[in-house]
Design a protein around this ligand. Structure first.
Ligand SMILES: Cc1cc2nc3c(=O)[nH]c(=O)nc-3n(C[C@H](O)[C@H](O)[C@H](O)COP(=O)(O)OP(=O)(O)OC[C@H]3O[C@@H](n4cnc5c(N)ncnc54)[C@H](O)[C@@H]3O)c2cc1C
Ligand SMILES: *[C@@H]1O[C@H](CO)[C@@H](O)[C@H](O)[C@H]1NC(C)=O
Ligand SMILES: *[C@@H]1O[C@H](CO)[C@@H](O)[C@H](O)[C@H]1NC(C)=O
Ligand SMILES: *[C@@H]1O[C@H](CO)[C@@H](O)[C@H](O)[C@H]1NC(C)=O
Ligand SMILES: *[C@@H]1O[C@H](CO)[C@@H](O)[C@H](O)[C@H]1NC(C)=O
Ligand SMILES: *[C@@H]1O[C@H](CO)[C@@H](O)[C@H](O)[C@H]1NC(C)=O
Ligand SMILES: *[C@@H]1O[C@H](CO)[C@@H](O)[C@H](O)[C@H]1NC(C)=O
Length: 534
């Protein structure tokens, strides 16, 4: 009985390998038909039995949850070296009915750029498409999808120390996913999102055409600035406008535990964080920690860390803080003046004095198991609410929260300007955050369970109908689609949370540019049901 079972497994296994090689062979055949020389094909298409397959797959996995032997693996990996490779890859994938997963920096929190929960898939890995051309005269740059935001910051700094770009804090994040999904960092209150500074793009559509802004039209150009690129085509590059930054910025990190009046200070933070000078961004991190009390006994508390970026000198920052948020008790010695680029390194946890050259190193320092969720808040949490939240966080044990203040520029941009809808009226966005190192299902269930319980606990305090979420904080808990006949209804569930009123326009664009839903994933924009198309 057992022997038969093993035999059956072996047969199934070899069947799968044959099937995979069939896909590879058919794909190669199609590329050949499209005049791609064999030597070039060898450089850009990998089958599972190739020795390079696993290293290429793992090079841009940024979440250990999807780096296990049971994580679904692609049938082929394609690593284009030039634009035309992307075009012909789309044409052949479409012809063969492959489910293409597009990967740039691989930072998707649910790994959907390189794993799939919907059957066989192929990875189109853009890590070799990563040129960056900065023009200080024009205060703009063309940046390709496979470049990382740290490389972009470096290339801007190389040419000008008084220009920057409003994008994320983690410098290994890829342009392709980050910009198509919104993109924000500590310049958010001053300049808004990355997508608020995109002026042109290059996209390969489902027919394999290379389109710029003019050729794709304003609807599609609108959609790929926050609606997620992967529903519409392969983004090859974006043209962005740079923003001015002063020669000196100031950062600080001030921590308060519950014994140091964290509750009152967090409560007050909610009433100033989105209203203060837009040059000032004060992020708030909340974490349960163990401390020793006066009797030297171990106990649990909450640590509130206020981490700030100020576009100006320490003296002006102290004056601003003195009349808007004196309760934090900011002191001159808490403040560190530096260049904008040094502040990029500071926020990404590099030691003082680290060379900017680290931004050109694409290897991650360490890759952990991660889970994230998000929420938006339009009314402050009352003091009693905060007290119950601390209790809950201490009881859960590990999951933390990050409050990212809005206001400033975010209040000025209409919610329909880009697909990203969370603009005026939001005090802050919450990120639920847990990282861990322990392998195995028990740890995974425990830590993911903690984020879900905390999310459930927060229901009375956060946005409702829909309960809003941030696309770049990908969370499959809020709904997925199987691309069945019901995909529109399924897509509406997460679509309204990520895009609110902009969801319908995204669906219209999607239906117009990719009516057969070739570009799809677990949370892509669905097409309109055939019966209800115009
Ligand atoms: C450690 C870490 C820190 C982060 N910090 C921030 C932050 O500070 N601010 C913030 O806004 N977000 C942040 N994020 C979230 C991040 O912005 C998103 O995960 C983003 O989508 C990552 O882009 P990527 O290219 O690296 O990811 P990928 O995993 O490669 O792609 C993400 C999604 O975009 C699609 N996609 C990728 N490239 C293309 C393309 N060229 N054309 C079409 N579709 C494409 C993928 O198919 C996938 O659906 C962080 C994530 C991590 C893991
Ligand atoms: C993925 O796991 C392998 C071991 O199976 C390890 O060598 C590799 O470093 C891991 N990749 C990442 C990105 O951590
Ligand atoms: C960058 O500039 C070079 C040289 O002018 C050009 O060949 C290339 O296409 C440009 N790349 C991008 C992404 O604009
Ligand atoms: C906490 O607040 C109280 C009253 O507002 C004050 O007396 C006390 O000094 C504060 N404690 C700390 C550590 O700031
Ligand atoms: C802070 O403001 C008070 C008045 O509100 C003033 O007396 C004090 O000098 C100010 N301190 C600083 C450092 O600006
Ligand atoms: C960084 O270190 C140098 C000395 O190594 C010191 O002079 C400088 O003040 C430090 N900067 C910050 C922001 O801590
Ligand atoms: C790049 O970063 C990785 C991870 O921190 C490190 O191991 C490696 O030595 C770095 N490479 C270079 C050339 O500095």
């Amino acid at each position: 009985m057992e022997v038969l079972f093993v035999l059956a497994l072996l047969c199934l296994n070899s069947f799968l390998i044959v099937a995979t090689d069939d896909t590879y062979n058919s794909f190669v055949q199609c590329l050949t038909t499209n005049s791609i020389p064999n030597s070039h094909i060898q450089e850009i298409v990998y089958k599972p039995s190739s020795p390079s397959f696993t290293p290429i797959l793992q090079a841009y996995i940024r979440n250990q949850r999807f780096n296990t032997s049971t994580s679904p693996k692609p049938n082929i990996i394609i690593t284009p070296l030039q634009e035309s490779d992307v075009q012909v890859s789309v044409i052949c994938s479409k012809k063969l009915g492959l489910n293409l997963k597009i990967r740039s920096g691989g930072h998707d929190y649910e790994g959907i750029s390189y794993v799939s929960s919907n059957g066989p898939f192929t990875i189109l890995d853009l890590s070799n498409i990563r040129a960056i051309n900065v023009s200080v005269e024009d205060e703009s740059a063309w940046v390709q999808a496979g470049a990382l935001i740290g490389e972009l910051y470096y290339r801007i700094w190389e040419k000008s120390e008084v220009h920057g770009f409003p994008a994320g804090v983690c410098t290994l994040v890829g342009i392709g996913g980050h910009l198509s999904g919104g993109g924000y960092g500590n310049l958010l209150r001053k300049y808004g999102l990355s997508v608020d500074h995109i002026v042109d793009a290059q996209l390969v559509d489902v027919k394999g055409r290379l389109l710029d802004r003019k050729a794709m039209g304003e609807d599609l150009f609108w959609a790929i600035r926050g609606g997620g690129g992967a529903s519409f085509g392969v983004v090859l590059s974006y043209k962005i406008k740079l923003v001015p930054v002063p020669p000196v910025v100031t950062v600080f990190r001030v921590e308060k535990t519950l014994a140091e009046n964290a509750t009152d200070i967090v409560f007050l933070w909610q009433s100033i964080a989105n209203k203060i000078d837009p040059d000032l961004f004060i992020r708030l991190l909340l974490q349960p920690i163990t401390v020793k009390n006066e009797a030297k006994k171990k106990g649990k508390t909450i640590r509130a860390s206020f981490v700030a970026e100020y576009l100006g000198s320490a003296d002006t920052l102290l004056a601003v803080m003195n009349y808007t948020f004196p309760q934090l008790g900011l002191k001159k010695q808490d403040c560190m003046e530096m260049s904008w680029l040094e502040s990029v390194l500071y926020w990404d946890n590099y030691d003082n004095g680290t060379s900017p050259n680290v931004l050109l190193n694409r290897t991650a320092k360490s890759v952990k198991f991660l889970k994230r969720k998000s929420d938006y808040l339009q009314t402050p949490i009352p003091v009693e609410g905060l007290e119950s939240l601390w209790k809950k966080m201490i009881e859960l044990g590990k999951v933390g929260m990050v409050f990212n203040p809005y206001g400033g520029k975010m209040d000025e941009i209409p919610a329909t300007e880009t697909p990203f809808p969370h603009r005026a009226g939001n005090i802050f966005k919450i990120q639920y955050s847990v990282n861990w190192d322990e392998e195995g299902a028990e740890a995974t269930n425990n830590y993911i369970g903690q984020t879900r319980q905390l999310y459930e606990f927060m229901t009375p305090f956060v946005s409702k109908n829909p309960r809003e979420a941030f696309l770049n904080y990908r969370d499959l808990d809020i709904g997925t689609t199987t691309h069945s006949i019901k995909s529109y209804e399924q897509g509406k569930v997460y679509g309204l949370k990520y895009f609110k009123g902009n969801f319908n326009r995204l669906v219209k664009v999607k239906t117009a540019v990719d009516p057969e839903n070739f570009f799809r994933n677990e949370q892509s924009i669905p097409t309109l049901p055939t019966g209800s198309r115009w």
